[in-house]
Design a protein around this ligand. Sequence first.
Ligand SMILES: [Zn+2]
Length: 105
Amino acid sequence: MLGFAIAGIVLSAVLAAVIAIARMRGGGSRRRGSGQGKVAVLADHRKRKASERRNSEGAPSRPQKCSYCRKPAKRITMYAEPSGTVVGVCPSCEPLARERDLMPL
Ligand SMILES: [Zn+2]
């Protein structure tokens, strides 16, 4: 009987711990204000989008160089070589990349 009692105590202790963890992770944060959390996530998302836009806007001032002719080009198409290397190709070199059977990314 003692074994059963110990098992019962251990089980209830484990259950209590699991419930406590579940409350800390789920119920607690929900009660504290899911609205706040959502706003934070949205704001974070917007910040990320804005930084992405900034990056794309910043691109023309610092044009990427073509991997083939080494000339800076406004539009660089990324191709993956069979070896796994990624190359940026300007529009005038794109036919070369296609001849080499490179995969456009
Ligand atoms: Zn080129």
